[in-house]
Design a protein around this ligand. Structure first.
Ligand code: AMP
Length: 403
């Protein structure tokens, strides 16, 4: 079975074609600047790159170019589109209606429409990708895999906000959590590596990337997570503020006469390590942790402060979540930073020695892959596991279509 996985952003589209007999990625690619001048498709097959630079005015045109690239005589990997058995789509927000991946039907579509109010940039873009596939591959089944679904097992005590209950009842304002596909992948992989039944597994999954979130997994299920109603809550991120006193938000809005949309833009795009590391009034050093680490090593105090803040908040969440899950089997690092920043993992784990949890500096000298990086006598294992959200989407798509 061949499964195409599509992840649409507002002006971009990532794709991977999987051969599910061996879960091999046959080809992957990226379309940038959809609907903007300079549209470009870059497809990678092994070390070869195939580039299409042509105007793509919307997602339907972008998907049409993806299909052309897949069947291209010289650069493609399939002879005909009929070889694609199913398409798996990443969706961001399924709210309370969606608890697991699903074949597209009216109920799923209604949920996507309903929860667009909390993901106004993402859900409509994801939907455009789906509609393009329905139009161009009418006989192929489509599956939706949601970032929020894995977290629907959270109990009320972790998902409710401390505000008037009517906002939950009337507006569905609550914590939903994101990166669920990644936390789910990490949970299953950790169970496999540790040789445990996933239903008995307690871990802290730290997905640290441009967007970052932590998940407390209890008995294989999401019990608590750091992102909230939207992906803005929780850790300090590349450009997102994470947790902040709501009164600071209203103060800034009043002081600078900002509209709600303008304030959202500040919190989503101009905050986080980018905002903290910037020289006052001038744009930040960077949201990229490699740049920040280099700047900090060269003595940039602001970059160092931003990195320290990031590590401190991750530490705070891990410690809190360990108390929530009880006997913890592992703390797992994933995502661009979690998988690759050796120094950040060390900084985060500093202080846990007091609780008998110790990182082994030599073992920690790894990037990506799947490794235990704690000492043999550490009370809780510390692991690095490379996440693979696309593979998770492909697996769910295969099993739903076969069923
Ligand atoms: P993601 O959103 O998961 O792709 O992660 C992106 C983040 O990972 C960026 O902030 C990168 O700077 C960071 N990252 C990637 N490689 C490294 C590395 N070798 N050291 C530190 N950070 C890294």
């Amino acid at each position: 079975m061949k499964v195409l996985v599509i992840n649409c952003g507002s002006s971009s589209l990532k794709y991977q074609l999987f051969n599910m007999e061996n879960e091999e990625v046959m080809v992957k690619g990226l379309v940038e600047r959809i609907g903007i001048e300079g549209s470009k498709l870059i497809q990678e097959k092994g070390d070869d790159e195939y580039i299409i630079e042509e105007a793509m005015k919307d997602h339907t045109e972008a998907v049409a170019h993806v299909f052309d690239a897949l069947v291209d005589k010289d650069n493609g990997v399939i002879a005909d589109l009929s070889e694609i058995d199913a398409v798996g789509h990443r969706f961001v927000h399924g709210g309370e209606k969606i608890t697991k991946s699903a074949l597209i039907d009216k109920e799923v579509r209604d949920a996507i429409e309903e929860y667009t109010k909390f993901a106004p940039l993402h859900n409509p873009a994801n939907l455009m990708g789906l509609e393009a596939c329905e139009k161009l591959l009418p006989n192929v089944k489509n599956v939706a895999v949601f970032d929020t679904a894995f977290h629907q097992t959270m109990p009320a005590k972790t998902y409710l906000y401390g505000i008037d209950y009517k906002y939950y009842e009337e507006e569905a304002i609550r914590k939903y959590g994101f990166h669920g596909t990644s936390h789910n992948f990490i949970t299953n992989k950790a169970a496999e590596v540790l040789g445990k039944d996933v239903n008995d597994l307690n871990i802290i999954s730290a997905h640290l990337g441009n967007g970052s979130s932590i998940c407390a997994v209890k008995n294989g299920k999401s019990f608590d997570t750091s992102m909230g109603l939207t992906p803005l809550e929780g850790l300090v991120m590349g450009t997102r503020s994470g947790d902040i006193d709501p009164a600071a938000v209203t103060y800034i809005m009043k002081k600078e006469n900002l509209s709600p949309e303008e304030m959202e833009n500040v919190l989503n795009k101009k905050s986080g390590v980018l905002g903290v590391s910037g020289v006052l009034g001038v744009s930040g050093v960077s949201s990229d942790f490699r740049d920040l680490e280099n700047a900090a090593n060269e003595g940039n105090e602001r970059a160092k402060a931003a990195l320290d803040m990031f590590a401190t908040r991750v530490k705070r969440y891990i410690a809190g979540y360990m108390a929530e899950v009880g006997a913890c089997d592992a703390i797992v690092f994933t995502g661009g930073i979690g998988e690759n920043s050796i120094s950040m993992r060390e900084d985060i784990m500093e202080g846990f020695e007091l609780f008998g949890i110790k990182i082994d500096k030599e073992k920690n000298n790894v990037r990506g892959g799947c490794h235990v990086v704690s000492t043999d006598d550490s009370k809780v294992k510390v692991m690095v596991i490379a996440t693979n959200e696309e593979l998770m989407i492909a697996r769910d798509t295969k099993s739903l279509v076969e069923a």
